[in-house]
Design a binder for this molecule. Structure first.
Ligand code: CA2
Length: 141
């Protein structure tokens, strides 16, 4: 079972700034926990602050892995290109947001991603990634 986790811009700052919204640990530390929790899963992790690199990663993994867990971060609200890339691939995609985007500023309520993914998890902190992996595992049974 292969799962790719893709994080968008500024998520490389997790654990360094804004812990009240995004929590206090770097994503790499959380990924170690996920890897221990799901030994049957071969994880690939990619983070970029660059929109085109995220599109490339979605295309690169999106025809071969059993699932993609994607947090496009701010590009969620702006990127037609990421929405189009998700619509073009064959692997299932779960959109994850650490914060509750629907309870924040108005501009965060628009998503170019929600309509083309299999499902979305928002506002449950980093646990959203674990829940997304569980769903992908269940789907593959
Ligand atoms: O809640 C989420 O996961 C978001 O995708 C995070 C994005 C935001 O633009 C989306 O609306 C919701 C922002 C990521 C910024 O990450 C930081 C992490 C630590 C410190 C500062 C920013």
């Amino acid at each position: 079972m292969k799962i790719t986790i893709i994080n968008g811009p500024n998520l490389n700052l997790l654990g360094k700034r804004e812990p009240a919204i995004y929590g206090g640990q770097p994503f790499e530390a959380y990924l170690d926990k996920l890897t221990a929790l799901f030994p049957e899963v071969e994880f690939t992790y990619f983070q970029s602050n660059v929109e085109g690199e995220l599109v490339n990663a979605i295309q690169k993994h999106g025809f071969s892995v059993d699932g993609i867990v994607l947090n496009p971060a701010a590009y969620t609200h702006t990127s037609v290109a990421i929405g189009d890339a998700i619509a073009a691939i064959t692997s299932p995609v779960v959109e994850v947001h650490i914060s509750n985007v629907r309870g924040r500023e108005e501009f965060r309520k628009l998503s170019y991603v929600s309509g083309v993914v299999d499902g979305s998890i928002t506002g449950l902190g980093l646990s959203g990634y674990e829940l997304a992996v569980r769903w992908l595992l269940d789907r593959n049974k």
